[in-house]
Each structure stands twice: as C-alpha cells, then as structure tokens.
Design a protein around this ligand. Structure first.
Ligand SMILES: *Cc1c(COP(=O)(O)O)cnc(C)c1O
Length: 568
C-alpha cells in the first residue's frame, strides 16, 4: 500500500470540517440530499479559495440507494454500491474506537478535491470494513442513515471520535473543528478528554474539564428547525455501546440529563454557533434559549451548479465569475438574446431527456415548472394539487411540470407523495403534461434546475432551514416561485427576482392561503408574463442571476465562515 499521500497536506490544514455526508460528485453516492451537497459545495469553495481545510466523513459503501418506481409511483430501493478504489486512495494509518467493548479498527480513504486555482482539500472517508474487525463492526460504515439507534450511535462514534483520532494519527494540527450538524458532536468528548486539567482535588466536577479550551476549538452549524429532528440517545444505550471517554455524569453536564442530545452537546461546547439562514437563526434561538446563535446563510458552488450554456456566456461576458461570483453584479453586459438562447439550450437538453425517459411528448416552448427535492411531507410536493380543477383551468395547454425526488426508505408519507403525483399525472394527462423522473441525483438536479422556466418550492414554514436547490436555479437564470421560508426570505423581491407564495414569514402558516396564492399568481402574473412580456421575463432572469446567484453562493458563505467563525 502506498505510503501516506496525505503528508503533503498535514502541515497547513488547520480547519477540520466534519459531516455525516459529503456529496462531491454525482457518480459517488456518498450523500442523501441537501446536507451532503452543501458539505460538498463548502469543500469545493474551500479548495477554490485555498483555505486550509481538511474534511472528515464516513464512507458509506452501500451508497444511499437507487430508486425504482412502478407505474403507480411505488418506490423500491436498490443498493447503489460505492467502490472506493475507483475514486480514493486508502491510507495505511489505523486508529481504534471502542464499541460494545470491542476495539474497532478504523482506516481512512483519501479523496482530494482539486480546484482549477491550484487549491486542494483532502476529504477523509472513515471505514471500518476491515478483515480484522468483527462482522458487526465491519457494517458500521455501510449505509447512510440506515439501521436503528444503535447503528446510528456506532456511526457517530466512528465519525466524531474516530475522526479526531485519525486527524491526530495523520499529523494534522487542527485549530478549529467545524461540526456540520450534530452527528459529529461526540468529537467534543474526545477533546474534553484530551484537555483534562491536571489537578488533584476540585470542588466542582466541571472544573476538571478545560471547557473553555474545547469551546475555543469548536464551531457548530445546526440545520434542523424542529426539536424532534435532533439525534438523541438514552444513557443506557450510550453505556452499552460507547466505552467511557469521560464519565457519564460529566457527559450529562453537557449533553442533557435525560438523553444524550447531540445538538445540546455541540451547543454547549462550541464558541461559535450558527443557523443556515437568517430566519433559521431566529427559529434556532427560540428552540435553544440562552445560546448565542448567529446566522450564515447557505450558498451553492457556482461552477458546479451552472450548466454548460450559461458557463459559456459567463466566460464570454463575465470572465472570472466562477471564483468571484460577485462579478454577477454586471449581468446586464449579457445581451438579452444570448441569455435567452442559453436558457433555451438548457431547456432543450432537459425536454429531450424527459421525452426519452418518459415518452411524455413535452415541448420546448411550453411554460415549464420544476420541482425536485427529497420527497418528504413538509416539502408539500402536492400543494400544487390542492384544487385540481383550478390547476387544469389555469394550465391547460400552456403548462408542463417536471418532478423528481427520492423518499427515505422509511418515510411512508414521502413515498405516498410520489404516488399522489403519479395519480394526478394520469388524471391531468390530456390537459397538463406532468412527469416524475426517477433517481434524483446531482446530475439530474443540474439538468432540471437549468432546464425549467420557474423553480417551485412549497415547504411548510418554518421547516425549510435554508433550501439550496432554488439557489442552483438562479445560477442558470431560473427565477424562484416559493413560500417565504429559508433563504428565499432574503432573496425575494416580488416580481423582480421571482415571486412569493403565501403571506409574509411572520404570519402563521396557512396551507389554504398558500395554495390560493399559488394559483392566483400563476394565473395572473407568472404565466402571462412568460408568454406575453418576454422582455420583462428576461429582466427577471437577469435579476435572479445578478441579485440571487451574486449572493447565494458558497464562496460568499465560506468567506463569512472564515471571518466570523474560524478566526476567533
Ligand atoms: C440541491 C440538492 C438537494 C437539496 O435541495 P433542497 O431544495 O435544498 O431540498 C437535494 N438533492 C439533490 C440531488 C440536490 O442536488
């Protein structure tokens, strides 16, 4: 086996970015959705900007899953095996973590994210599938978000504790540990153990741990706006699975009396905490009173999320845009006809793909709405079907809709949403063409976000912490039509960058009103503008780029993490 190719990095990579999933490329199934792709975009921007970052995640050998759908839209899941050899180099170093009393060996695979600027960020994919491990332990890094609570805790031990030990073993000198969501927050326990004070007798147990030191090393980004979404483990389970790193009574000081709450642990041991959009920062403050919670709004990696035809016109009129998305401020330099032609090229690619996959017979000139994201209840993929007759009246002959999305294998409500879309698709087929494309992944996402005319998002407020697919759309001149939640509260200017669905974000959510507004604006503003006022439509496309893509990109986001979270 090769001698550590990671040597070259260890001298200067000081910021460790921990995430349960990291999605960097479509053909490497190491992500399930938004969280993982955000992590991948973060790493790509870090590489472009030559930031001294090293990323740590778990290898998930069975991938997420391949989605099969029958004619009724019933989903079945097939394995989507990842062969790490194809993309990564195994490192020879080993560390161990103790799980159910067994010493489990962990190794890392190295994947390098290389930027055209010359910057490089290593990603360490942790792996327990080694012949020296017990079969039960070899499976730990097998499936992403699979299994039960026990399985999840084991994965989080490997990620948090194994991750810190691996960085050490490889010679990294880390100055900040950034936890992207709470899955990795056991790393704080390993740091507490390391920074235990050398004192004989203390009157207060807490003084044994150099909490200030650990806090000064940790940054925590929370992504979940509902309390039920945070990982929690009973202390019985913790004692059964995890060996003592620090005593349980001490863990309770930081992670909660009743349960080991991964979010609470991260909150108590980080000196910078943020939500992923301004609204989400406020919602998090309400959920966790007493903590100082900041907000850094998410962004997407501009180069990754721009389709070829737009890359060409950006290169021609806005050179340097990919590493300096602020240049989008000069979007007005691109002539209207070239902007429109770039859009039509992307739209033809999508429609051809749709027609090949589904024989739906969609056409290039019909107004097309896109909706693709994880199929889960709060995203309300069926809000558009609240009043089917009204939808048919508004859209007959002048609307087509492209859907995609996977439901988590255990999310029954999400699976039923997909079936509902199939049912309506059949019912409306003589009036409105609707398709559902299977196997939503990064490649398909780029095709859809760039190839439709409007990007629709209908989450139930305030459950969309940020949302990122709408930001991808704006990089391709596609305006958003969305509920005012997450990033869209910050990006929306009515009729200028796109359109809002429903009332302002400080009024309680009201599904009936959202649906009514959705139909009303489609009928009176959006569809008429598309067909009858092409110049105005192109102005809105320009604003999507010049106002939204200009700001909602991961280069801006990373610069803010550096100045606000890392340099403290
Ligand atoms: C961007 C992306 C997501 C996240 O989209 P949201 O709108 O934030 O839910 C999920 N899956 C894939 C494949 C993506 O590309």
């Amino acid at each position: 086996m090769e001698s550590a190719p990671v040597d070259a990095f260890t001298k200067y990579h000081k910021i460790a970015y921990f995430s349960m999933e990291i999605g960097v490329r479509s053909d490497m199934p190491t992500y399930s959705g938004g969280l993982g792709i955000l992590a991948g975009d973060t790493i790509k921007s870090a590489a472009d900007l030559k930031l001294p970052v090293v990323a740590v995640t778990n290898l998930t050998k069975s991938g997420y899953f391949k989605q099969e759908l029958d004619i009724y839209g019933r989903q079945t899941e097939l394995p989507d095996e990842l062969d790490p050899q194809k993309f990564m180099t195994p490192l020879r170093e080993r560390v161990t973590v103790s799980i159910e009393g067994r010493e489990v060996q962990v190794r890392a695979w190295l994947y390098e994210v290389k930027s055209a600027t010359g910057g490089k960020v290593p990603i360490l994919f942790l792996d327990t599938d080694l012949p020296e491990n017990d079969p039960r332990d070899r499976e730990i890094t097998y499936s992403l978000y699979g299994g039960d609570q026990v399985y999840r805790l084991k994965q989080e031990i490997v990620l948090g504790i194994g991750g810190v030990r691996m960085l050490d073993e490889l010679g990294f000198e880390i100055r900040k540990y950034h936890m992207n969501e709470g899955h990795s927050s056991l790393l704080t326990l390993e740091l507490l153990k390391r920074y235990k004070r050398d004192i004989e007798e203390v009157w207060d147990e807490r003084l044994v741990w150099d909490v200030e030191k650990v806090r000064s090393l940790c940054v925590f980004t929370t992504h979940t706006p509902v309390a039920a979404g945070h990982d929690k483990f009973t202390y019985d389970l913790v004692q059964q699975v995890m060996s003592e790193i620090i005593p349980t009574h001490a863990i309770k000081e930081f992670a909660g009396r009743e349960h080991l709450n991964m979010t609470l642990l991260a909150l108590n041991l980080s000196n910078y905490i943020n939500g992923v959009a301004k609204k989400h920062g406020e919602v998090s403050k309400g959920m966790f009173p007493g903590y100082e919670i900041n907000a850094i709004t998410n962004g997407v990696h501009s180069y990754t999320w721009t389709c070829d035809s737009f890359k060409r016109i950006y290169d021609k009129y806005l050179p340097g845009w990919a590493n300096e998305p602020e240049i989008f401020v000069r979007i007005g330099r691109i002539p209207d006809d070239e902007l429109w032609e770039a859009h039509m090229e992307a739209k033809r690619i999508l429609i051809d793909h749709v027609n090949r996959e589904t024989q739906a017979g969609m056409n290039y000139d019909t107004f097309t709405i896109g909706f693709a994201r994880r199929a889960t209840a709060y995203k309300r993929a069926d809000l558009l079907f609240t009043d089917i007759d009204r939808l048919a009246r508004i859209g007959e002959g002048r609307l087509q809709i492209v859907y995609a999305g996977k439901a988590h294998p255990r999310d029954e409500a999400g699976k039923q949403l997909i079936q509902r879309i199939f049912e309506i698709k059949e019912r409306l087929k003589d009036k409105i063409k609707i398709v559902f494309l299977k196997n939503y992944n990064m490649d398909l996402a780029l095709k859809i976000v760039s190839g439709v005319d409007v990007w629709l998002n209908t989450p139930l407020r305030p459950l969309e912490a940020s949302g990122t697919s709408g930001m991808k759309a704006t990089h391709n001149g596609v305006p958003n039509f969305s509920v005012l939640d997450g990033w869209w509260i910050e990006g929306h200017i009515e009729g200028y960058t796109g359109w809002a669905i429903g009332p302002s974000p400080d009024v309680p959510a009201d599904p009936a009103r959202d649906a009514d507004d959705l139909y009303y604006k489609l009928e009176t503003a959006i569809i008429p503008t598309f067909y009858n006022q092409k110049n105005l439509w192109i102005r809105i496309m320009q604003n999507a780029i010049g106002k939204n893509a200009y700001y909602f990109n991961s280069h801006r986001m990373m610069r803010r993490y550096v100045t606000e979270a890392y340099i403290r």
